[in-house]
Design a binder for this molecule. Structure first.
Ligand SMILES: [Fe+2]
Ligand SMILES: [Fe+2]
Length: 314
């Protein structure tokens, strides 16, 4: 597919939908994914302006998308989000992760500074991003040809030759630093069989909300039905962090099992806005995977790769 030329008019049109609070959140997300997939400074500007929105879910998704674009023109806005301690922790987390994804050494000092942030998920994300930036200054990026999932991951998978048992142990080792646990997490995702899916589900017993939210995210990428019971349990657990429940909802949307629809519909009334809005997105994604005619997600997929799914946030 030829790359679409982004005009000011097109960027403005997408921005209008993105910022229109009268529109369903799922439609606004579709506009966001289109901006992400198109890329370039006009799209970055439109996305930056939409960071004024009241929805923390939308703002965190914008930060995620800015990271996935790996365009260092988004560096300043992402740094401001990390520094803004009045911003929602999930948004700051995503901005820090995005800085790790862009891997520009100019963000290194900020990431180091906020590695001691009092909000645990922000601190852990900054530690992770520091390790990622450091890793990619010393190692070549993986070839895109070898990747099944086109997301820019917060940590590289472990090299081949590590046994399944060793990967699982590394993933579940709560004494290990977050970067090395994430490396094992992405190895399990890349193995991708039922045994790996169930090992990933074991991660939901962990103390780190950050690790658990990433587990839910990769389970969404894997779209494996063996994860349905664990994801459902996490989504239903009101004592769980909203960030984790949000990813569980969207992962259920990506698995797109019709039997999950009543649960997602019910939780569009959840008292936590991040969760209720995520269920709306999840229903939209479920609908997309069951009827693939819709323009925005389909367009995004073709622009990224036939192998990719809509890649809702992590
Ligand atoms: Fe997310
Ligand atoms: Fe995240």
């Amino acid at each position: 597919m030829d790359k679409i030329k982004v005009t000011q008019e097109l960027a403005d049109q997408l921005k209008t939908t993105l910022m229109d609070v009268q529109q369903p959140i799922a439609k606004r997300f579709r506009a966001l994914f289109t901006l992400r997939n198109l890329g370039g400074s006009l799209c970055i500007d439109a996305m930056t302006e939409a960071l004024k929105d009241d929805s923390a879910l939308l703002r965190h998704e914008i930060a995620y998308c800015l990271g996935q674009m790996t365009d260092n023109r988004a560096l300043d806005v992402l740094i401001e989000l990390v520094k803004n301690t009045t911003e929602h922790p999930m948004v700051r987390h995503e901005a820090a992760e995005a800085l790790g994804a862009i891997a520009d050494p100019r963000a290194f000092d900020i990431l180091k500074e906020f590695s001691a942030d009092e909000t645990k998920e922000v601190a852990e994300t900054c530690q992770l991003a520091v390790s990622r930036v450091d890793w990619y200054t010393k190692n070549e990026p993986e070839s895109i040809d070898n990747k099944t999932y086109l997301s820019v991951d917060p940590a590289p998978a472990l090299g081949s030759g590590v046994s399944f048992g060793a990967v699982k142990d590394q993933f579940l080792d709560g004494d290990l630093d977050i970067f090395n646990r994430y490396r094992a997490l992405f190895s399990l995702r890349d193995i991708g069989d039922e045994k790996s899916v169930l090992a990933l589900c074991d991660g939901f017993k962990d103390k780190s909300a950050l690790l658990k939210h990433e587990v839910a995210f990769v389970l969404g990428q894997l779209q494996h039905r063996a994860a349905l019971p664990a994801l459902t349990e996490v989504l239903l657990d009101e004592s769980e962090s909203a960030m984790v429940r949000h990813e569980a909802a969207e992962a259920l949307g990506a698995i797109a099992s019709t039997e999950t629809i009543p649960l997602l519909e019910r939780l569009t009334k959840d008292k936590e806005a991040i969760v209720s809005e995520s269920c709306e997105i999840a229903l939209d994604v479920t609908d997309y995977f069951n009827n693939t005619e819709e323009f925005q997600y389909a367009d995004g997929i073709k622009l990224l790769s036939e192998k990719s799914n809509p890649q809702i946030s992590n």
